[in-house]
Design a protein around this ligand. Structure first.
Ligand code: GAP
Length: 459
């Protein structure tokens, strides 16, 4: 049975900063709490996560189309959807330490008061140090235009989903989609979280990957089960170890205001089990609410059965940052390796699926002379033309260059040596996981790497 590893998070966070995955935002000004910037490798990682999701959810299906809706929408959208009235968490204030906490997180939050070191905030509540819980709306408010009055209030969207519901008619009319069909969207969402934390797990600005699947009402349960399975499989197919994943159906009192059923795909993080993605049955809640709010008919007329109905919705809603962090944590490993001379060392390695890894192939001329760098550049150009993300490194001992790539999860390293330029033209391809090496003709290199990527399995 897999167990959480509390100090793993620190090692992953340190690697992220050292190697350019994730930086504290505005660091040169002292940083801003719970805001992060993705560095060169983090930007590639996130792009690969989004590409893998878009491939699985849109490109490889003929029943789902994409959308890219605005972050700032008509304020009525959020009144109709129930977010203005109900998108809130309960917060409490501590009269002693002046901290402000989410009521449902008190069991996990350590009391910040030094005197109470080691105890959780729930104990302070039980001792009567907290105010009564009150609702705190999580939506960020701002003003559109130069006048700051109540008429100009707009919200930064707290989920991408509503942009899909408000475009339901546009998509049906322009794309001739009919239930069962889905609309997928990737984009930023904003929530004024009371207690953000655990690195990029819970932040106030984050990216979501959401899909609303519109179905005839009688088919909702069947599609719900289908999407729970599909979404669980997506993480496994992209390299996450299945024994660190589980499906957790929500209890009745956990369900969001719009949902009649929800299952979370959870991951065993270093701090314990946490939600990675939620798959919810939203019924006809949203289309009905918007139809009422805007006065337009958002039902669907089925030509085949001659019936009109409001489609029900099954929604797989994932977090891109949370998925990227999960891939990082799950891939992280420290292995003891022994060289031919019997010398042991610890190698830090990220066992990313090659599809998710920020760099696919590193290219090393063995030495900076004898035509090797020039030949290496030519080979790199071929790999670039094939759409593979590459990295060129000609500095330092070859063993050190391998270690640097292991640490950022590059699955393949190609070395150009004396045999390449003087003898048979072949290059060495070194595999990150097995550390095995093959000699390959440059003309076969792209196909060789693509085959290895397809055949990749987590060891
Ligand atoms: N449209 C439904 C919806 O937004 P949610 O469970 O609130 O459902 C979906 O969010 C996913 O978005 C979560 O499973 C998580 O991966 C991600 N997410 C939500 N809040 C987040 C936050 N504050 N920081 C990072 N990711 C977040």
């Amino acid at each position: 049975m897999a167990k959480p590893e509390p100090d793993l998070m620190e090692r992953v966070v340190s690697l992220c900063k050292r190697r350019g995955f994730v930086f504290q935002s505005s660091e040169i000004y002292g940083g801003i709490n719970s805001c992060y910037d993705y560095g060169p490798l983090g930007a590639e990682l996130k792009r690969n996560v989004k590409d893998a999701w878009w491939q699985a959810m849109v490109v490889r299906r003929d029943d789902i189309v994409g959308l890219d809706s605005a972050i700032i929408q008509h304020p009525e959208v959020w009144r109709s959807s129930g977010h203005v009235a109900g998108f809130s968490d309960l917060l409490v204030d501590c009269r002693r330490c002046k901290g402000r906490f989410r009521e449902d997180h008190l069991d996990a939050i350590p009391c910040p008061d030094r005197e109470f070191k080691g105890r959780v905030a729930r104990v302070c509540q039980q001792e009567g140090l907290h105010t009564e819980p009150r609702a705190f709306n999580l939506m960020f408010e701002t003003h559109a235009g130069p006048v700051k009055d109540s008429a100009s209030i707009v919200y930064l969207r707290p989920e991408t989903a509503q942009g899909i519901f408000t475009n339901f008619l546009n998509v049906v009319n322009s794309s001739r989609m009919a239930p069962p069909f889905g609309v997928a969207q990737i984009g930023k969402s904003f929530r004024n979280e009371i207690t953000p934390g655990n690195f990029v797990f819970r932040t106030r600005e984050f990216e979501q990957m959401e899909m609303e699947f519109f179905v005839p009402p009688a088919d909702e349960d069947r599609w719900y089960e289908y999407w729970v399975e599909q979404r669980f499989r997506w993480y496994v197919d992209n390299g996450v170890r299945p024994d660190r994943l589980r499906k957790r159906p929500h209890a009745e009192d956990e369900l969001a205001h719009y949902s009649s059923g929800c299952t979370d795909v959870e991951y065993l993080y270093p701090f314990g089990w946490g939600e990675l993605e939620g798959i919810a049955k939203r019924g006809s809640y949203d289309l009905t609410a918007h139809a009422k709010g805007c006065g337009k008919d958002l039902s669907f007329f089925d030509e085949a059965t001659k019936q009109r109905y409001v489609p029900h919705v099954v929604e797989p809603a994932a977090g891109c940052d949370r998925a990227a962090m999960t891939f990082l944590v799950d891939a992280y490993d420290e292995e003891t390796v022994t060289d031919e001379g019997g010398k042991s060392e610890v190698r830090t390695v990220l066992h990313f699926h090659p599809r998710i890894a920020p760099i696919t192939v590193a290219i090393f001329p063995l030495v900076k002379k004898a035509g090797m760098p020039e030949r290496a550049k030519e080979i790199q150009a071929t790999l670039m033309d094939a759409g593979l993300r590459t990295f060129f490194d000609e500095k330092g001992a070859i063993g050190r260059r391998y270690r640097r790539q292991d640490e950022v999860g590059t699955p393949y390293c190609v070395t150009i040596d004396g045999d390449t330029v003087e003898r048979d033209g072949t290059v060495t391809v070194r595999d990150r996981d097995s550390m095995a090496q093959d000699r390959v003709q440059p003309a076969e290199l792209v196909a060789f790497i693509r085959d290895k990527m397809k055949a990749w399995r987590r060891g």
